[in-house]
Design a protein around this ligand. Structure first.
Ligand SMILES: [Ca+2]
Ligand SMILES: [Ca+2]
Length: 213
């Protein structure tokens, strides 16, 4: 009897630790290389974001071990649609695809309704890019997007995947994000698997969240 309850207790604690491990894995990210780390501030796991599919944030810090030149960073930016596109004081382009200001970043949303859908890189829609820590030990860049139009899902669960592309053209600069990620396994969608198949130099920052109606 004692042995039975001991085994049952062990089994329960094993189940608990396995389920908490998978919850952690889901919330965190895959570790591939350690030279670039992405920290995802928003959307946090389980958040219900925005109003009517707009007004919500994707907000990240990207930490590189290398100097500024290696990050692909070309300049600061404050951008947006309409009159906000490519104007002073920090001009940059604003459209779906790879970002002209931080051209290694790949941002995918499972509920994207424009361009290549879940395979569409959305990094060039980011509004605000700046250098937040520049030292001999590395470079940190913050990158923020406030979603201005309900083109990325409304009243739906969604997932975000963010990574930095590997230096695929071997020029020593992380500037190789695609406009659209290839659907490596032809399952009609892009996710962490397709990012790894493309080639990445960072963790994959991920979150599951809800886009409000
Ligand atoms: Ca490169
Ligand atoms: Ca796929």
């Amino acid at each position: 009897m004692k042995n039975t309850s001991l085994i049952a207790g062990l089994f329960a604690s094993l189940l608990f630790s396995v389920s908490s491990m998978s919850a952690n894995a889901d919330n965190k990210s895959y570790k591939n290389h350690n030279d670039i780390n992405i920290e995802l501030f928003a959307p946090a796991r389980g958040d219900s974001v925005g109003i009517g599919g707009r007004g919500w944030f994707v907000d990240i810090a990207v930490q590189y071990e290398g100097e500024l030149e290696s990050t692909g960073f070309t300049d600061f930016q404050i951008t947006g649609p309409g009159p906000h596109n490519n104007v002073a004081p920090f001009p940059g382009t604003f459209s779906p695809g790879a970002d002209d200001r931080l051209p290694g970043v790949i941002v995918l949303l499972s509920t994207t309704t424009i361009g290549g859908g879940s395979c569409q890189n959305l990094a060039n829609l980011f509004n605000l890019t700046g250098v937040t820590n520049l030292t001999e030990d590395g470079t940190e860049i913050w990158d923020t997007w406030i979603v201005g139009a309900p083109l990325f899902g409304v009243d739906t669960k969604s997932k975000v995947y963010i990574a930095v592309a590997d230096d695929l053209n071997n020029d020593g600069v992380y500037n190789d994000a695609p406009d659209i990620v290839p659907d490596s396994n032809n399952d009609g969608k892009c996710n962490a698997r397709d990012l790894k198949a493309y080639g990445i130099a960072s963790n994959i920052a991920k979150s599951r969240f809800y886009i409000n109606e």
